[in-house]
Ligand binder design. Structure first.
Ligand code: ADP
Ligand code: ASP
Ligand code: MG
Length: 419
């Protein structure tokens, strides 16, 4: 008998009819002869609605209370799913992260899982139960409830799959798999049958929110086979995510993603001498501000100054604004400029390693549409360009065509498609 971990996202459990469908999918897996651990997200937009409620009370909620609030969403869906499975005549039990023994670091709203206790779940499985676990939550050393960051149920699922040596981890969502681009934006994006952990990790990090980046990171570490598949078309196998060594590389670029969650900041006319960049980034780090792209301009020798530009998350703008006086004080900059209307467009592909001309082709494709590039960053398997936000969809479409990422069939996506 094998063990399968299944994870169902918010759209898949958005109402009670959908929960009943999920119950059928779970029972089908159990009837295949497998033990099943199921991870659920909160129903539909529950987490967003909980955030709105908190926001109506305060703009400064303590992270502890936010975790108390946000962790309730998954508890609703887990218990309803357990009831739906029981109603269909099977044994099921729902458990919170804390009841399972999902131990996390001592940190609220973005905690990492450090350990998972297996005894209790093993016993419940041996008694014939289907286990339903609330995703996105755990408990830290001093018994406080923690959450893993938005989209974190994917990571709960993979971490459980690794802890219980599952045969595979299936992530059910409202798309048929991982596409070459977000199928809601690029209607002709092509579904991938297979993608490497490395590429999926880069895509998730640069904005393909179909998977929580840490879920892919965890699967890669333990070589856990993962599938992204549709909860509305259960027979489709979706996309398999496996190690790059097992793949045959054909195209230099596998997929692309757009990220509108960042802002660009430019600190102008910083004196060009050793230590200034360190002062700036130490100050940002001391405020827990993470920085993504960084560019330092060529020094203007006549003035002995240069500019440093970088991007941070929109959600950190208030934290940044609180330290602008300090930045001016330590760097004596002439101006601090913030640009919110930007999007980071990235192409990703393990096949671009050692293949010249990919960056040139990306820049050329954007230039032909008169899209100006404000910043560029690269890794071994990724090239990102920061452009004006108004060009987000156009850039995604023309890059899809240029790198042959589109397919003949228009993607089939359930849920609220933009018209
Ligand atoms: P769930 O609630 O099931 O966790 P998410 O909303 O987190 O679902 O993720 C699914 C969404 O990810 C899709 O509806 C799709 O719009 C988006 N997405 C972004 N990039 C991609 C991609 N490359 N392939 C598939 N879906 C993508
Ligand atoms: N419910 C949480 C969220 O909306 C976690 C998840 O869905 O994975 O971010
Ligand atoms: Mg998700």
């Amino acid at each position: 008998m094998g063990l399968v971990v299944q994870k169902f996202g918010g759209t898949s459990v958005a109402d009670t009819d959908k929960i009943k469908n999920v119950a059928d999918a779970v029972i089908k897996e159990k009837n295949n002869g497998n033990d099943v651990i199921v991870v659920v997200s909160a129903m539909g937009h529950t987490t967003d609605n909980l955030l709105k409620l908190a926001n109506e009370i305060t703009k400064n909620a303590s992270p502890r209370e936010m975790d108390m609030l946000l962790s309730t969403g998954e508890q609703i869906s887990m218990s309803l799913l357990a009831m739906a499975i029981q109603e269909k005549g099977h044994k099921a039990i729902s458990l919170t992260g804390s009841q399972v023994g999902i131990k996390t670091e001592n940190c609220h709203m973005c905690a990492r899982i450090v350990d998972i206790e297996t005894k209790k779940v093993e016993k419940l499985l041996s008694e014939g139960n289907i286990i339903i676990v609330a995703g996105f939550q755990g408990v830290c050393e001093d018994n406080e409830i923690t959450t893993l960051g938005r989209g974190g149920s994917d990571t709960t699922a993979v971490a459980l799959a690794c802890a219980f040596n599952a045969d595979r981890c299936d992530i059910y969502s409202d798309v048929e798999g991982v596409y070459t681009a977000d199928p809601r934006v690029v209607k002709t994006a092509r579904k991938l049958d297979v993608i490497s952990y490395e590429e999926m990790l880069e895509l998730a990090r640069v904005g393909a929110n179909v998977l929580h980046p840490r879920s892919v990171e965890t699967a890669k570490l333990r070589n856990m086979p993962m599938r992204v598949r549709s909860s509305f078309k259960l027979d489709n196998l979706g996309t398999l995510i496996i190690g790059v060594d097992d793949m045959e590389m054909i195209k230099p670029v596998t997929g692309l993603a757009c990220d509108t969650s960042q802002v660009r900041i430019v600190i102008c006319d910083i004196e060009d001498r050793p230590g200034n960049a360190a002062k700036l980034f130490n100050l940002l780090a001391s405020q827990n501000l993470s920085v993504d792209m960084i560019i330092q301009s060529y020094a203007r020798h006549s003035q002995n100054t240069n500019d440093i530009a970088f991007t941070i998350s929109k959600s950190d703008v208030d934290k940044f604004n609180a330290i602008t006086d300090k930045i001016n004080e330590i760097l004596n900059a002439s101006k601090i400029h913030m640009d919110e209307d930007i999007v980071k467009v990235s192409i990703v592909g393990a096949g671009m390693i050692d293949r010249p001309g990919i960056a040139a082709k990306m820049f050329d494709t954007l230039a032909k549409k008169h899209i100006n590039i404000k910043m560029i960053s690269t890794s071994e398997i990724k090239i990102s360009c920061l452009v004006e936000k108004q060009y987000s969809d156009l850039a995604a479409q023309v890059l899809c065509e240029a790198f042959e990422l589109d397919g003949a069939k228009v993607a089939d996506v359930k849920g609220d498609l933009p018209s």
